[in-house]
Design a protein around this ligand. Structure first.
Ligand code: ADP
Length: 619
């Protein structure tokens, strides 16, 4: 070993990843070319920025390009770039541990899903390590952009570990030499590599030279006319810019001259990786000015809730020397943000109308972002609300309605949009609140995601109709259109029964007991007089702070004077007061349970047994 040489073992996760990569049956071995070219392109992009901010850069005059050389005789392929390169520490950190995006996601997905490794490699790519799918040995020669960096070589067979040693006279950047395994010598043929590059690397924004010949034309697809672009080109561009492996769901390509000169090309991916628990996505729409990249992950270019988008926004009006720091404060960037967000929302609305089924699938995967937008983006919340979809008492199970469609079915004098929050459609349907609305032909939206309650509160109203929870105590619903069955309890008896119940349960737990018009098939319902503290809100608070009990709710109780059970209860009040008291306690707990407000379920159960015991007692 030469001077300053050192041997290292891979971090355990890298070892595991390499085992998988080397032994995987994944057939698309050629993807290693795309991965290494993409790394080279990233390194060049980083250098371009470094040159803007640093005074001293090693080899400052070297042209920014990627040189690929095939050698059939020696069975090697070499991929060299003049990017930022790596120092000794960076070699250890970047190529010896899994601290970076692509491979980390892969390992995470592997431990979480039961899928075959080879399928997953296809979905994520494993970055630099993919070289070991075809290599007996990989050597990375490098010199960092830092003037005081070392000339180094990193070598590994992908099995035992790696060595780092001095290697004099390196140019700035990385030169990766792959000694091909006997089975994969095809990758030392120029034609084979040219073919791969034409498939994957057309949009690399730096010249690629293959055996000295310039082979890619650097194309700014987003500035071309739509009619000159094929679907395949769009998809290929999406895969390049989004570092993606899937097909995009939607694409929006638009150009405008006023109020700003904008060329934007945006894609919605197939998958929402936040649903897999990968943490927040990074913003993925790059900012360009006349084909020159300004920032590939600009914060603040689009609202945070649109972080799932991939693509490019190019504006000729931006000053070329705008720095990343000043970007967020720029009035121009804010204007771009507004214009593009508005266009995208309009685009989605159009897509939802033209292909509802496709939109429903998008919605299933991405609705969280829209809902986040309503809660956080005051300016856009009304346009986002147009895109919301919910099941309702008038949709079939699994089918959703928009708020606009809800309004087409609303009664002429209906001032509100009604909703009920619950854990599922069936839980809401089984509850006591819906029947009063159904009896009056009023539609109720079903909010089944925990965040929904918060979303409708942020929204407050839509199209000048207030959004109102159907369990609110102060709702005046008017007379029911359907015929009410059965004789009600006489009014004076009903009043006495209400007082009896009120006394039994106590004022601290029930604010008021009264007979109501809401109920059709249920004997009793608990209404929540505290508009700010819905059942969902209480559950959320309890989950956030499990040690601190949320104060017991105080409800309003409505009883159904036509219901048989209520009439029998009234009779028992005189003939068997003990049993009547037991039934009152149980009715109350049942009502709380249905309302999602019952904290202590133990007494509900033990009282249930007690009542069964009495019911079965020989008379
Ligand atoms: P990813 O590209 O997803 O971060 P990789 O495994 O492909 O993961 O690469 C790991 C890291 O190694 C990169 O994040 C980068 O810091 C460094 N790296 C890889 N290739 C190069 C290169 N050609 N020039 C400079 N740094 C590189």
């Amino acid at each position: 070993m030469s001077e300053n040489a050192s041997s290292h073992t891979f971090q355990a996760e890298v070892q595991q990843l390499l085992d998988i990569v080397i032994h995987s049956l994944y057939t698309d071995k050629e993807i290693f070319v795309r991965e290494l070219v993409s790394n080279a392109s990233d390194a060049l992009e980083k250098l371009r920025h470094t040159q803007l901010t640093e005074k001293e850069v090693f080899d400052n005059d070297a042209p920014l390009e990627i040189q690929i050389t095939t050698d059939e005789e020696n069975h090697t392929i070499t991929i060299a770039d003049t990017g930022i390169g790596m120092t000794r520490d960076e070699l250890v950190e970047n190529l010896g541990t899994i601290a970076h995006s692509g491979s980390k996601k892969f390992m995470q997905a592997l431990s979480e899903s039961g899928q075959k490794e080879s399928n997953l490699i296809g979905q994520f790519g494993v970055g630099f390590y993919s070289a070991f799918m075809v290599a007996d040995e990989v050597t990375v020669y490098t010199h960092s952009w830092k003037a005081d960096g070392e000339h180094l070589a990193w070598t590994s067979d992908g099995k035992t570990g790696y060595q780092i040693e001095s290697a004099p006279d390196q140019a700035r950047g990385c030169k990766i030499v792959i000694k091909l395994n006997a089975d994969f010598q095809e990758f030392s043929q120029k034609d084979r590599i040219q073919n791969i590059l034409e498939n994957y690397s057309n949009f690399v924004p730096f010249p690629i030279l293959l055996n000295g010949e310039h082979i890619n034309k650097v194309e700014a697809l987003w500035r071309k006319a739509k009619s000159d672009i094929t679907d395949e080109q769009y998809t290929e561009f999406y895969k390049f810019i989004g570092k993606a492996w899937d097909e995009p769901r939607y694409r929006m390509h638009f150009s405008a001259d006023a109020p700003l000169e904008i060329n934007a090309l945006l894609f919605v991916p197939q998958q929402n990786t936040e649903l897999f628990g990968f943490g927040q996505m990074e913003p993925g729409v790059a900012l360009y000015c006349k084909n020159v990249l300004i920032d590939d992950k600009p914060e603040g270019l689009l609202p945070d809730w649109l972080r799932f988008l991939r693509g490019v926004i190019d504006s000729a009006d931006l000053p070329l020397n705008i720095s990343r720091e000043s970007m967020q404060d720029s009035a121009l960037v804010r204007k771009l943000n507004r214009v593009v967000t508005k266009r995208f929302l309009k685009f989605l609305d159009g897509e939802a109308k033209s292909d509802a089924e496709k939109y429903a699938d998008f919605y299933k995967t991405f609705s969280r972002f829209l809902k986040e937008g309503i809660a956080t983006d005051h300016e856009s919340k009304d346009s986002i609300a147009k895109l919301l979809r919910f099941e309702s008492s008038m949709t079939d199970t699994g089918k959703m309605t928009s708020l606009d469609d809800y309004l087409t079915r609303a009664k002429d004098d209906q001032g509100s949009i009604y909703y009920l929050a619950g854990t599922s459609r069936s839980a809401i349907e089984a509850g006591p609140y819906l029947e009063a609305f159904q009896a009056r032909g009023l539609e109720v939206l079903f909010l089944t995601e925990p965040i929904d309650d918060y979303v409708v509160r942020s929204l407050q109203s839509y199209s000048e109709k207030t959004l109102v929870s159907a369990d609110r105590a102060d709702l005046e619903l008017g007379d029911s259109a359907t015929v009410e069955e059965g004789e009600p309890l006489a009014e004076d008896r009903a009043i006495t029964l209400c007082e009896f119940i009120q006394t039994e349960i106590g004022e601290e737990r029930v604010e008021k007991v009264e007979t109501g018009k809401r109920l059709v098939g249920s004997p009793v319902v608990a209404l929540n007089p505290d508009e700010m503290m819905s059942a969902q809100m209480r559950q959320m608070m309890q989950a956030m702070n499990p040690d601190e009990p949320v104060p017991a709710p105080k409800v309003r109780l409505e009883i159904n004077p036509r219901h048989d059970l209520i009439k029998k209860l009234d009779a028992a009040r005189e003939s068997n007061p003990d049993l009547a008291k037991l039934v009152v306690a149980q009715l109350f707990d049942n009502a709380l349970l249905a309302a999602g407000l019952l904290d202590d379920k133990k007494s509900l159960i033990s009282r249930g047994f007690d009542m069964m015991d009495r019911a079965l007692a020989p008379s």
